[in-house]
Design a binder for this molecule. Structure first.
Ligand code: FES
Length: 240
């Protein structure tokens, strides 16, 4: 399958942890080779657009957030949350035509993860997970491996305790450790041999920050092991 075929498929893909995207910030993101701008205004949800200004193609992720608008770095064209151009500094008296619009994409925040859908129809739903409330961020990492290699690596790991693995959707994986801990892995295919991995945890009982910090270090070990060729053992707490 070509990368561009994957881009247009009607599916939701996790591209970041919601907690990573601060208000009034913009970030470059790549999904299946397609360059995107992930940004959040001073209030409200994050948004994902093509990383290309409709004027002369400057990356919008380089731009500035002002209020709930995104202003292009190059000539200052300013885009509202719906993607329409609202102001052109070189022509302050001109009302920009509605045809000047950034290319916007479906965006949702669920389970502490920001999801994007690049299809025009957006008919699919964000995957349903068990035990829906209470997901907390662990860590995002990038791996030098394909998404299938990363999924295999997650499934084949020896977690050092009883573990059950399931895939609620393509590029999504749940690992249940013991009786009270669920890890959710959202895979972001970046290119043929590069993948983003966004991890959240759901535990029964009170959230334990030290445990989440330990899980974050374990995710880094998982990344290193997959990049080294797979196999390996989920590190015991005593070795971290
Ligand atoms: S390229 Fe963005 S305003 Fe000119």
């Amino acid at each position: 399958m070509q990368i561009n075929d994957q881009v247009e498929a009607d599916r939701w893909v996790g591209v970041a942890l919601d907690s990573q995207i601060q208000s009034a910030s913009s970030h470059p993101v790549i999904l299946n080779g397609r360059e995107l701008a992930l940004w959040r205004g001073e209030s409200g949800p994050a948004r994902v657009w093509d990383d290309r200004c409709p004027h002369r193609g400057m990356r919008l992720s380089f731009g500035f957030v002002r209020g709930n608008t995104l202003r292009c770095l190059y000539h200052g064209w300013t885009y509202g949350e719906n993607g329409h151009c609202e102001a052109i500094p070189a022509h302050p008296d001109l009302a920009p035509p509605k045809t000047i619009c950034a290319s916007t994409h479906g965006t949702a925040a669920k389970y502490g993860i920001i999801w994007v859908n690049l299809s025009a129809t957006r008919a699919a739903h964000v995957p349903d997970l068990p035990n829906q409330p209470g997901w907390l961020p662990v860590r995002s990492v990038h791996l030098r491996a394909s998404a299938p290699q990363v999924l295999d690596g997650i499934a084949e790991f020896d977690y050092g305790e009883p573990a059950r693995t399931s895939m609620p959707a393509q590029n999504a994986c749940v690992v249940v450790l013991g009786s009270d801990t669920q890890l959710f892995f959202a895979l972001q295919p970046i290119g043929l041999d590069k993948t983003g991995l966004h991890v959240v945890v759901n535990e029964s009982g009170e959230p334990q920050i030290p445990r989440r910090q330990r899980l974050a270090r374990q995710v880094a070990r998982l990344r290193d092991t997959i990049e080294a060729g797979g196999g390996g053992v989920w590190p015991s707490p005593r070795t971290l």
